[in-house]
Design a protein around this ligand. Structure first.
Ligand SMILES: CC(C)(COP(=O)(O)OP(=O)(O)OC[C@H]1O[C@@H](n2cnc3c(N)ncnc32)[C@H](O)[C@@H]1OP(=O)(O)O)[C@@H](O)C(=O)NCCC(=O)NCCS
Length: 177
């Protein structure tokens, strides 16, 4: 999928595959050193993901990793993983995450990624889609509430930065009745 930003720059959204492993690691390293990382589990200097396991996930039918590329590198990423499959009473669920490099935030890319992840989840007959978001993450929370997610609960004191405890909201939405 082609995306054109307001400033005219052209981006491409596509599924991340095993061959993209090194590019994804470069993106994660860059993202982890940026301002937005505090809202995720990424951190500066983190080790690279295990290559074999990562490639397995990028190629798996139970996962979807999406990347948005500019003319030279990945600048945003969205991922979603299924659970509760082939179980007598659990329902198919999915958990997702989003990361956009700071320079590219606030231009609709999170919205595009979330829409694509939800489309895939609906195709996979997912009943419940969920994520966690830190309580001070105004952008993240704003996006999810706009998309109809509800706060189901709060996990207290899961992190500490900016001299204060950070709590996490559990947010979710029922997408297939
Ligand atoms: C959260 C994140 C994925 C959102 O993506 P984005 O491309 O910046 O968001 P969009 O431009 O699509 O904006 C979508 C909505 O988010 C909310 N939003 C965006 N910027 C905002 C801001 N500065 N303050 C409050 N809400 C904001 C708004 O509801 C906005 O809708 P609107 O443009 O109609 O007002 C992205 O900013 C990011 O990667 N942040 C760092 C990592 C992170 O927080 N990941 C999510 C962890 S749960």
């Amino acid at each position: 999928m082609k995306i054109t930003l307001k400033d005219g720059s052209k981006l491409t959204l596509k599924r991340i595959r095993g061959k993209d492993y090194e590019e994804v690691m470069t993106f994660l390293d860059k993202f982890s050193r940026g301002k937005g990382a505090v809202w995720t589990n990424q951190y500066p200097g983190q080790p690279k993901k295990d290559k074999e396991k990562a490639i397995q996930k990028y190629e798996s039918d139970n996962d979807l990793f999406l990347g948005i590329w500019n003319d030279k590198e990945i600048i945003a990423n969205g991922s979603i993983t299924l659970s509760g499959l082939n179980h007598p009473w659990s329902v198919p669920q999915a958990v997702f995450g989003l990361s956009v490099l700071e320079k590219y935030t606030g231009q609709g890319l999170g919205t595009i990624l979330l829409k694509e992840l939800e489309k895939w989840a609906i195709k996979k007959k997912v009943h419940r889609i969920r994520a966690t978001v830190r309580h001070n993450n105004k952008r993240g929370l704003g996006l999810y509430l706009k998309f109809g997610y509800q706060i189901e609960g709060i996990a207290k004191e899961t992190g500490f930065f900016d001299n204060q405890w950070q709590h996490e909201y559990y947010i979710a939405k029922i997408i297939n009745q």
